[in-house]
Design a protein around this ligand. Structure first.
Ligand code: URA
Length: 277
């Protein structure tokens, strides 16, 4: 056995462990094509009859590693970077310093290669509210800012509807780099990137977190529950109140989800107000 084999085997072992933890990660399937391109958030949800929450189909990620045995050797066909639990950001005591630390990240080298910008997050570094999405899209990747495309415009309207200005909150994503073709984040990518979000939350210390969509909710809550079960009531992330609701991009695809989203964000605002009393 060559010298580096034990390292490969330990990488595979770590991967298999993480794959076991993440294998039931639900992702959106059967994408519904967007038809309406302009609407007012409040008007639409107010005007809708009771909506039906469409079920989410569960699909499963394929392992990132594919292994085969050849001449007694284990061959790793698709090497991916492995999240190092030794990552230590304790020297970063501000978001600016932390940005400098991670801005050239290449842990997911395939995403680093295709990105134009790492989208760190944007907003008030002392925000009381942090909004967490999934991953940057094309426009976000181009501008280096989160939620600046169509879903971003809707997010701004949702925040406005509950009297939050997007400049006052902090907005970021689970993944800091755009997955090609806006595909769903892979478990290995989430595993690589989630320590960055956790550090951001540690630095900002918000009073409340609004998690948008399945990936944000499940990653922050370390849960495998589908969005339909996670939304509608408060959870806790490290002592911080957290509410999960639909992702604005999902609302663009399926307007039936606007009404439950409106219920969620009203609840979010009410809780925020009661915490301030
Ligand atoms: N969708 C997201 O989840 N994040 C963005 O920044 C943009 C679209």
């Amino acid at each position: 056995m060559s010298k580096d084999k034990p390292e490969i085997i330990s990488d595979i072992y770590s991967y298999l462990k993480f794959y076991n933890d993440y294998k039931n990660y639900p992702v959106y399937a059967n994408e519904v094509k967007q038809t309406d391109t302009s609407f007012d958030f409040q008007e639409n949800i107010a005007g809708k009859p009771d909506s039906i929450i469409a079920g989410e189909k569960q699909v499963y990620e394929k392992p990132v590693y594919e292994m085969k045995k050849a001449n007694e050797d284990i061959v790793v066909e698709k090497p991916v970077s492995i999240y190092s639990p030794r990552e230590d950001f304790s020297h970063c005591d501000s978001l600016d310093k932390f940005y400098e630390e991670i801005k050239d990240c290449r842990k997911c080298s395939h995403l680093a290669e295709t990105r134009n910008n790492l989208v760190f997050g944007y907003g008030n570094p002392a925000a009381e509210i942090v909004v967490v999405g999934e991953a940057p899209g094309a426009e976000e990747d181009k501008q280096g800012k989160p939620f600046v495309g169509r879903a971003g415009k809707l997010l701004t309207d949702i925040l406005k509807a509950i009297e939050f200005d997007r400049e006052d909150v902090f907005i970021c994503n689970i993944l800091k780099c755009r997955p090609p073709e806006n595909r769903n984040p892979l478990p290995g990518e989430i595993m690589n990137c989630e320590p960055y979000l956790f550090k951001q939350l540690e630095l900002i210390k918000p009073k409340m977190i609004l998690a948008l969509g399945t990936f944000a909710g499940q990653t922050l809550l370390k849960s495998k529950e589908p969005l339909g079960k996670l939304r509608g009531s408060f959870h806790e992330y490290n002592g911080i109140k957290l509410l999960v609701t639909y992702h604005p991009a999902a609302l663009l695809r399926n307007p039936n989800w606007k009404k439950p989203t409106w219920e969620d964000v009203k609840l979010f605002r009410k809780e925020f107000d009661s915490m301030k009393k």
